[in-house]
Each structure stands twice: as structure tokens, then as C-alpha cells.
Design a protein around this ligand. Structure first.
Ligand SMILES: Nc1nc2c(ncn2[C@@H]2O[C@H](COP(=O)(O)OP(=O)(O)OP(=O)(O)O)[C@@H](O)[C@H]2O)c(=O)[nH]1
Ligand SMILES: [Mg+2]
Length: 299
């Protein structure tokens, strides 16, 4: 390894639904983080790793930030606190925003940033949805609020300006030896990837409180000598009434979740999978402290 190698951590933070996970997937070139049109899809901090000849960038995808007094449950509050904490140990902070307006949550994140003395990038995402002329005033308004190192407009979905973004990040990284083996793309074990891909379909297909009330766990993962991998997944909801909704009329909803999730899981694992979905009730898990650990947070 050359001794002018650069390596470091970049935390991607911002309000829910701005496209953080979409960007991470694009930059890594693999789907490691789930994406949905609903806010607060991401629940855990996920590492996405890209390695070049001269640098390694470790991206941290974080759950969307809302101000703490707007969080509705203990679990929501914990998730936001953890996301904010992840700003401390990182080399570069990248705030992602939408190009339409400056929202209350964006200001809340900026306030937190002011307390940390770190290089900060502003990533304006979804520029495919606005006219270029609208960008200049938005950039100026953001610069009035904070002295960003760089402001980079992108479209994570369309891939616009992503190589420019990556170049700027590498330029700003410290000299450091490599952290992870070059072929690593994420720190998530297969079981977690699988449960996340099931959760993604729930976020896409169900409504109202259902996606937020579900916790997904892989209870069995068996590679057999012949035939597909057997994966048993339990989806927990908070109330008995939600169980019926998730299963749907004659099991229609759960079948749909299962077949779409299976396709994504097979793509990710590169082999055939038998996906066995079960639904259980964990009463009011979002209001209990013991849920943090079950969701993968260390206390
Ligand atoms: N038009 C457009 N839509 C985008 C772009 N990037 C992401 N989206 C969409 O925005 C929605 C939210 O994307 P996510 O990547 O899940 O957003 P997130 O910031 O990770 O959201 P949380 O995990 O809830 O904080 C999805 O429907 C994406 O398809 C973009 O560049 N242009
Ligand atoms: Mg996300």
C-alpha cells in the first residue's frame, strides 16, 4: 500500500426522505441500504465502503433527523440521538438537503453542526426536480447560514455529479492506512441485509402506522447442500389489529411482501432463497427501552 493513501469516514446526515440511502447505494454500486418514498425508512447507522487505488471512503448512512421534541416514541428519540452522536467520530460531515426550500429540520441539523469543528459539505439532492436557475439562490441562502467547505448539487437517483462529489470527498480525506479489506462494501451481516430487504417492502407496500410499527428479525438462516437457502423471518407489529392488516385478505399482502422481498434478497445474495414469513405481536415495542438492543443498538 502506498504511504500517501487516504482513508476516512464521511457521515451523511439530513432530514428524512432527502435521499441519503439512495446516494449511498449509488456511490457503493450495490444496494446496501433500503430506500422508500416514506420518511424515516433507515433506522440504523449503516457503513458503506468504497475502495480505490489511492483511497478508501467509509460512508455512514444515518436515519433521518427530526427535532427531538417532534419524536413520538422512545425508540424514535433514541434513533435520532444515535444519528447525531455519529457526527462526533467522523472526518467529514455531509449534510444532504432537498432543493425546494430550507426546512425546520435542515436548520436543526445546521445548529448541531455549528458545535463541531469539522469539514462540512452541503449536498443538494434531487436537482432533477428543479430548474438550474433555482439553485443559485438556494446556495446563497445556505452559505448565509453556514460556511460550508463545498456545496455540491447532485441527483442521487440519476447519478448526476456523483463523480465530482466523490473526487471532492477524497481530496478532503486525511492520509491514513486502509480500514477495511478492499472488497468490503458494508459492515452489515447477511441476516441484517435480509431483514432490511423485507422491511423495505413493508415500507413500500403498507400504509399509515404499519411500516413504523414493524420490527423484522431473521430467526433461521440455513444453507442446505441442495436447493435454496431457507430463511425464516418474523415480522413483529405492535398491536394484534395490525397483524391482520399486514397479512391482508386471504394472505394477499404478506404474499406480495414475500415475493418482492425474495427477488431482492436473491439479487443481493446471488442464489435461490426460500423465504418463510411469519407475523407476530410485540406489544408497544416502540415505547420500550429494551427494544433498542433488539434493533441492534448497543446501550
Ligand atoms: N427525484 C429524485 N428522487 C430521489 C432522488 N434521490 C432519492 N430520491 C427519492 O427520495 C425518496 C427517499 O429516498 P431515501 O434514499 O430512502 O431517503 P433517506 O434520506 O435515506 O430517507 P430516511 O432513511 O427516511 O432518512 C425515495 O423515493 C427515492 O427514490 C433524486 O436524486 N431525485
Ligand atoms: Mg435512509
Amino acid at each position: 500500500m502506498k504511504n500517501n493513501f487516504k482513508a476516512g469516514f464521511v457521515t451523511l446526515i439530513g432530514k428524512p426522505n432527502v435521499g441519503k440511502s439512495t446516494l449511498i447505494n449509488q456511490l457503493i454500486g450495490e444496494k446496501i441500504a433500503i430506500v422508500s418514498p416514506r420518511p424515516q425508512t433507515t433506522r440504523n447507522i449503516i457503513k458503506g465502503i468504497v475502495t480505490f487505488d489511492e483511497a478508501q471512503v467509509i460512508f455512514l448512512d444515518t436515519p433521518g433527523i427530526i427535532s427531538l421534541n417532534k419524536t413520538r416514541t422512545l425508540v424514535d428519540r433514541h434513533i435520532v440521538r444515535e444519528a447525531l452522536k455519529s457526527l462526533e467520530g467522523t472526518d467529514i460531515i455531509a449534510i444532504m438537503v432537498e432543493p425546494f426550500s430550507i426546512y425546520e429540520e435542515d436548520r436543526f441539523v445546521l445548529q448541531k453542526l455549528k458545535k463541531l469543528n469539522k469539514p462540512a459539505f452541503l449536498i443538494i439532492n434531487k436537482i432533477d426536480k428543479i430548474k438550474e436557475s433555482q439553485l443559485e439562490s438556494l446556495k446563497k441562502n445556505y452559505l448565509d447560514l453556514f460556511l460550508f467547505d463545498r456545496i455540491i448539487p447532485v441527483s442521487a437517483k440519476k447519478g448526476t455529479n456523483l463523480s465530482i462529489l466523490m473526487g471532492e470527498i477524497i481530496q478532503r480525506l486525511p492520509y491514513h492506512s486502509i480500514y477495511y479489506p478492499g472488497d468490503f462494501t458494508t459492515d452489515q451481516p447477511e441476516r441484517i441485509l435480509v431483514s432490511e430487504l423485507v422491511r423495505e417492502q413493508i415500507f413500500i407496500l403498507t400504509r399509515a402506522e404499519i411500516p413504523y410499527s414493524t420490527m423484522v428479525k431473521v430467526s433461521q438462516f440455513e444453507e442446505r447442500e441442495e436447493g435454496p437457502i431457507y430463511i425464516r423471518v418474523v415480522i413483529y407489529v405492535e398491536q394484534k389489529s395490525q397483524k391482520g392488516i399486514l397479512i391482508g385478505n386471504s394472505g394477499k399482502m404478506i404474499k406480495k411482501i414475500g415475493s418482492l422481498a425474495r427477488k431482492e434478497i436473491e439479487k443481493r445474495l446471488g442464489c435461490h432463497v426460500y423465504l418463510d414469513l411469519w407475523v407476530g405481536v410485540k406489544k408497544n415495542w416502540r415505547r420500550q427501552k429494551k427494544s433498542f438492543k433488539e434493533m441492534g443498538y448497543t446501550l
